[in-house]
Design a protein around this ligand. Structure first.
Ligand code: FPP
Length: 251
């Protein structure tokens, strides 16, 4: 495995876990089996990220658009999610990981919300990695919810419209309080963002691999992180400026 520089890891890693369905179909298995195998990959990536010292890990687990899938698949995914969270909370406590959720939680079934609330409450004092699950999440939906909240606060006089800037707007998003992702991994060969973290990915380094999510291994994770470490992040500045301002080159 390639050695990684512990000082040049992403602070916030985001992942679009794609290809569970194709993985299953290629093996004549039901799609839900692909999601079950995908949940095993989630365990590995959570454990590795926390071990490596990544501070924020955000996983796209269910999109706003996924509600249009066959009812049986949606039910299977919700059951899997509940089971995963219940089973893994003890491990999260041992590893000092804190749960967080983004997305439109009012669309999720009550039992899923109860399980999430319990896990968030139990892990709320943990100070290690923050594991954010994007559930019933869509970037455009999040942006329009934030705009509606801002408009309400402006009408109620809690904020003046003249004060709205990038920082204030960002604080109204579901991710308010989280830094923007430094690195995004998407599996299964699709090269698009698919309505994930539209605002937050403005300067994120993107990484795509052909591997389907259930087949994504520790080696692949390390390979992706090594690729991240080889990149120069300029944030709109020139290479010279960045080299003079070492403080930004790892930002
Ligand atoms: C995309 O594959 C994946 C999903 C829609 C669900 C992701 C869920 C998991 C990995 C398991 C449960 C999650 C957690 C956090 C325990 P796809 O079904 O779109 O694949 P396809 O494009 O090949 O059809």
């Amino acid at each position: 495995m390639m050695p990684l520089d512990p000082n040049k890891l992403p602070i916030h890693l985001a992942v679009i876990m794609d290809g569970n369905g194709r993985w299953a179909q290629q093996r004549m298995l039901k799609r839900i089996v692909g999601h079950q195998r995908g949940a095993e990959t989630v365990k590995m990536v959570v454990e590795q990220s926390s071990l490596l010292g990544i501070k924020y890990l955000t996983l796209f687990a269910f999109s706003s658009e996924n509600w249009s899938r066959p009812v049986l698949e949606i039910r299977g995914l919700m059951t899997l999610l509940k089971k995963y969270i219940r089973q893994e909370t003890a491990r999260m406590m041992r590893k000092n990981i804190r749960y967080n959720v983004i997305g439109n939680r009012s669309d999720l079934p009550d039992d899923v919300n109860e399980t999430l609330d319990e896990a968030i409450r139990k892990t709320s004092g943990n100070t290690g990695m923050v594991l954010t699950l994007a559930l019933s999440y869509g970037g455009r939906q999040e942006l329009s919810r934030a705009a509606a909240k801002l408009a309400k606060d402006a009408i109620e006089g809690k904020i003046s419209y003249e004060d709205i800037d990038v920082n204030i707007f960002g604080s109204y998003l579901d991710t308010g309080g989280l830094p923007d992702p430094d690195f995004l991994i998407r599996t299964s060969g699709e090269m698009r963002i698919s309505n994930f973290l539209l605002w937050q990915l403005a300067y994120t380094e993107l990484y795509f691999t052909e591997t389907n999510w259930p087949d994504f291994t520790i080696n692949e994770l390390h390979k992706a992180l090594a690729d991240f470490q080889s990149r120069e992040r300029r944030f709109g500045l020139t290479s010279d400026q960045i080299n003079k301002r070492g403080d930004l080159s790892n930002a």
